[in-house]
Write a protein that binds this ligand. Structure first.
Ligand SMILES: [Zn+2]
Length: 111
């Protein structure tokens, strides 16, 4: 998966999409490996009715983020202030080591 925890992403579909000229963004809080789904801060909030537990003795309604599918989001480039696609670049770290960085395909800044 191209999107990692703490990335900023743009919501492109669904009720949290926002207006076309001002796409809504959020920070990735959690990626579910192999499931193509992510939790994004403040996006796709659901109310959960919970029974009292030891951690939450009163029970009641909890607002929390529900996972959304990665096809509904795009990586956000801060320098373009727009959703973007990425390309990869390999940086030689010496001693035969290489690290992979992600670049914005539009402006070339690393993401
Ligand atoms: Zn960019």
């Amino acid at each position: 998966m191209r999107i990692k925890k703490n990335d900023i992403v743009v919501i492109r579909r669904g009720k949290d999409r926002g207006p076309a000229d001002k796409p809504k963004t959020g920070k990735v809080l959690h990626v579910f490996p192999g499931r193509d789904r992510l939790i994004i801060e403040g996006i796709n909030m659901i109310s959960r009715h919970t029974r009292p537990t030891q951690r939450n003795p009163k029970g009641g309604i909890i607002r929390r983020e529900a996972p959304i599918h990665r096809s509904n989001i795009a990586l956000y480039c801060k320098s373009c202030a727009a959703p973007t696609k990425i390309s990869y670049k390999f940086i030689d770290e010496g001693k035969g080591k290489q690290s992979k960085i992600r670049l914005c395909r539009r402006c070339g800044e690393s993401i």
